[in-house]
Design a protein. Sequence first.
Length: 302
Amino acid sequence: MTVNFITQFPNVTILTDEPLSKYTNTKTGGPADLLAFPASVDEVQALMTVANANDVPVTVIGNASNLIVRDGGIRGLVMILTRMATIKVSGHQVIADAGASMIEVTKRAQAASLSGLEFAAGIPGSVGGAIFMNAGAYGGETSDVADSVLVLTRQGEIKTITRDDLNFGYRHSRVQDKNDVVLSATYLLQPGDGQEIQAKMDDLNARRAARQPLDLPSCGSVFKRPTGYFAGKLIHDAGLQGHQIGGAQVSMKHAGFIVNVDHATATDYLNVIHHVQTVVFEKFNVHLENEVRIIGESVKED
């Protein structure tokens, strides 16, 4: 399998047995059998075609900001799309490749005096991840501005999905259901005042920096917001801030975050998550559902 991919795609960077801890925001995660960095839609489609023909499973990740990869790693082919990062402005639209960072997309929108993406000014994920999760913050969501998405189906077909068919919900989109690969997204924005847009972005980023543990590796917001509650407050009220297993700790700055304070493993993260869910349910009868995406295999015990 390894020789097949590397020889067939001499222009694509493909690494073998590569630790994914190098690429995740938590700095944890086991190895990928094959890790490819395609730089174009054609390369993604070609890699998918070869993988399908050889029954090789394919996992696609972006900036790995709201993701935990288990310590056993991922079998088959992993594609990281961060080399696909072109951002274009056309009229009131911003068209961005899946691997572009949301922070850069918001900067381009502001430079063009286009409003609507200010909420995403500090979101550390990629365009593809934001579509996949319907990422949001400070009262705004991706669904508010996403007009259409170009995807690659698991069967290797390239399709455009319009806003009405994206089935956006809270931290959910059609892409999750179909397991499509986001290739690019088109955002429909409104004309605005560039200085006012920048001021709003600056304000939101200042609020984020004041409240969130941005100085430590984390997977972002760990839990979805339970109906009628705030996950962080429940965790705080349960007395869990500072709770630590291995090198993973419930953040002292924001209880909704778990941070890597001392060479944590993915297993440390998962153990903290499970403990938090158990205690919060015991105390408040509320189940905290994961917002963070957890993928890969556990370490096999001898």
